[in-house]
Design a protein around this ligand. Structure first.
Ligand code: GRF
Length: 192
């Protein structure tokens, strides 16, 4: 039996996607969520990791962008694939090179619209409502050196009504995230 694919999840915030993904892969025959990583010592993902039995590395800008400390941990843990689930920092070239086409990100909008620097979380949904969009959704894509510009893997849409607030849109989008992200990760990994 070949060893399992080991997956690391980066998150800067609550970690609801990290938790949903971890639960999806519990007892999976060939994929295991081996590590959470966060740049935010207050992130909710840390508590979720403790509850789920997944170790979490908290790292600084220095560890991440100036030195190879994070890459070294990923390699020491034999990580095969990296998932960004609400991770707000740009991925350094050294990490992209260490994991070519093996880093995926989820964005809470239909890229290329509402993407790029500063477009995260509520900022995205506020812009969607302000522009009177009639739909929004999620984009799952490979990660390259530029924010939200890697090759798209998957998109799903939800309706936005004229009475929807940004919070309403965020809720609809989160349902899509939890519904699709684990499966897209599985399909992408198993077709690498
Ligand atoms: C999600 O909206 C995701 O699309 C975006 O950041 C948020 C993460 O939410 N990249 P959570 O921390 O997984 O709850």
């Amino acid at each position: 039996m070949s060893r399992k694919y080991r997956v690391a999840i980066f998150a800067s915030g609550s970690g609801s996607n990290a938790e949903t993904i971890t639960k999806y892969f519990e007892n999976h025959p060939s994929i295991i969520i081996s590590l959470f990583l966060t740049n935010n010592a207050e992130a909710g993902v840390i508590k979720r990791g403790k509850k789920l039995g997944v170790p979490t590395m908290v790292f600084s800008k220095k560890n991440f962008a100036e030195r190879d400390d994070v890459i070294k941990v990923l390699e020491n843990m034999h990580i095969d694939f990296v998932v960004l689930a609400g991770f707000l920092w740009l991925i350094p070239e050294s990490l992209i090179k260490a994991y070519p086409n093996k880093i995926v990100n989820i964005h809470p909008a239909l890229l290329p619209k509402y993407g790029g620097k500063g477009m995260w979380g509520h900022h995205v949904h506020e812009a969607v409502v302000a522009n009177k969009e009639t739909e929004s959704g999620i984009t799952i894509h490979f990660v390259n050196e530029h924010y939200d510009e890697g090759e798209t893997i998957f998109q799903a849409k939800c309706e936005v009504t004229s009475s929807d607030t940004p919070e309403d849109v965020a809720k609809k989008v989160q349902v899509l995230e939890h519904q699709h992200f684990p499966k897209v990760i599985e399909n992408t990994l198993l077709n690498l």
